[in-house]
Write a protein that binds this ligand. Structure first.
Ligand code: E4P
Length: 217
């Protein structure tokens, strides 16, 4: 399983990229709004940092296929690594089909069922994004959905990649990897949590103390 970072914060993206652990970025309208900056400007900065797929979503207020196609073309024109993120609706599927036919990569987002994932894949989605944490929030096991989609795509030789999204903690990451997600898109906080272990910190402290006791600073 590969990692994308799920943020529009350029500093966090730079830190994760410098560590060599991510190979792509996903953004969404809420994440862009959180930064309070111009969409194109942020995306261009991200593209200058990460050499990999960058998902930029069509405007949250655009609900018709025609509008999504128009915006999708604009997003794709920002940089060759752009992936157009489209909501999982019937209009979204129409837009996915059209953009795919133009050779533009798509990420169908807000997927909460296996049937939605199957439809998105058949419409030509490069990526499908099932939301793990938001399902957990309503008492439905989000990771089970990842497993079902992975099994279904495997049986039918479907090439759309599964991005496990709405990842809230390090256990989600392990469970999604075991369930067959191709990619997990994770907030920077989860990367930090994955990195940390109290025994690693204790080990470093002891090595430092032992070293200093004999050799000094
Ligand atoms: C997916 O690409 C979304 O940006 C994201 O993972 C949503 O996560 P949230 O449910 O924590 O907002």
């Amino acid at each position: 399983m590969k990692f994308f970072i799920d943020t529009a914060n350029v500093e966090d993206i730079r830190k994760a990229n410098d560590m060599g652990v991510i190979c792509g970025v996903t953004t969404n309208p809420s994440l862009i709004a959180k930064e309070g900056r111009d969409f194109n400007e942020v995306i261009q900065e991200i593209a200058a940092i990460v050499d990999g797929p960058i998902s930029g979503e069509v405007k949250a207020t655009t609900t018709d296929a025609e509008g999504m196609i128009r915006e999708g073309r604009e997003i794709a024109a920002i940089h060759p690594n752009m992936v157009v993120k489209i909501p999982m609706t019937m209009e979204g599927l129409k837009a996915t089909k059209a953009l795919t036919a133009m050779g533009i990569k798509t990420n169908v987002t807000l997927i909460f069922s296996a049937n939605q994932a199957l439809l998105a894949a058949r419409a030509g989605a490069t990526y499908v994004s099932p939301f793990v944490g938001r399902l957990d929030d309503i008492n439905m096991p989000g990771v089970d959905l990842i497993g079902t989609i992975a099994e279904m795509f495997d049986i039918h030789g479907i090439e759309s990649e599964i991005i496990a999204a709405s990842i809230r903690n390090p256990i989600h990451v392990i469970d999604c990897a075991l369930a067959g997600a191709d990619i997990a898109t994770v907030p920077f906080k989860v990367i930090e949590q994955m990195c940390k272990h109290p025994l690693t910190d204790q080990g470093i402290e002891k090595f430092q103390a032992d070293y200093k006791a004999v050799f000094g600073e």
